[in-house]
Design a protein around this ligand. Structure first.
Ligand SMILES: Nc1nc2c(ncn2[C@@H]2O[C@H](COP(=O)(O)OP(=O)(O)OP(=O)(O)O)[C@@H](O)[C@H]2O)c(=O)[nH]1
Ligand SMILES: [Mg+2]
Length: 233
């Protein structure tokens, strides 16, 4: 199996070692690419140390500065597409995405081109979110479905698995969003191109430390970003 998971990190020093251990436990053959944006808490140095312990399986891409999740992913995707990986996963570093779900993605991608991890496939599978956050996330997902007509129950999910051909079809030179909308933009483009998409249920656990960064600026950007996506593509 030639598969790799890309994990973008910004100040994830407290979570990274545990995450890598759990990935190895659940999917021992899966390679990992950590894409760190020069985190001030030293996540990048820790990533290098972990890489040196397992250089055949763990890789690190250091970026100069924080530019948002989307930009980090674009660089990560470009790097892995130069190698011969057939399946490319993406997941958060803060343990919100449980690596025990990985085998399910790898199973489903055998006969699909994009597998989306959904928090809303069977009711709501989110742990430790307050009502406000839950309502905002559900509203966001329904808004995206309404505007773009994508069939996903979780349109903003960041836990996904791509077949190489689907990922290659996305022209990263024209991806315009850097934050949450990037996750919507990629799913929308793959769906519009007719790739075989499906969802698997995931349980999302809110990070234990740190506050949510969701604020009105992000929400405003997301509302416009999704409209722009629908109008442009
Ligand atoms: N390289 C890089 N990674 C980022 C950046 N912003 C966020 N990340 C990472 O992307 C993943 C998702 O970001 P989170 O901060 O968990 O976003 P969230 O889950 O919506 O918000 P929280 O409620 O704070 O967890 C995490 O692994 C972050 O470390 C960035 O600018 N650059
Ligand atoms: Mg998070």
């Amino acid at each position: 199996m030639q598969a790799i998971v890309i994990v973008p990190t910004y100040n994830e020093r407290a979570n990274l070692a545990e995450l890598l251990e759990k990935i190895q436990h659940s999917a021992p053959e899966l390679h990992v690419l950590i894409v760190d944006d020069n985190s001030p808490d030293g996540t990048g140095e820790l990533a290098d140390q972990l890489q040196q312990k397992d250089p055949e399986r763990i890789f690190v891409l250091h970026r100069a500065k924080k530019e948002g999740l989307g930009k980090a992913y674009v660089d990560g995707f470009k790097q892995v597409l130069k190698k011969n990986y057939e399946f490319i996963l993406q997941m958060d570093a803060d343990l919100s995405h449980d690596p025990s779900h990985l085998p399910r993605f790898l199973e489903q991608i055998q006969n699909h081109d994009l597998v989306v991890g959904s928090r809303y496939l069977h009711g709501i599978s989110v742990v430790n979110w307050d009502l406000k956050r839950l309502i905002m996330s559900k509203l966001a997902t329904n808004y995206v479905r309404f505007v773009t007509r994508v069939p996903f129950t979780d349109t903003t999910s960041g836990f996904n698995c791509w077949r190489r051909t689907a990922l290659e079809s996305i022209d990263f030179a024209t991806t315009f969003s850097s934050g949450y909308v990037f996750l919507v933009e990629m799913k929308y483009k793959a769906y519009r191109k007719g790739f075989r998409v499906t969802e698997v249920p995931i349980i999302f656990v809110e990070r234990k430390s740190g506050n949510s960064k969701l604020d009105w600026t992000i929400i405003r950007e997301a509302i416009w970003g999704v409209l722009k996506l629908r109008l442009k593509y």
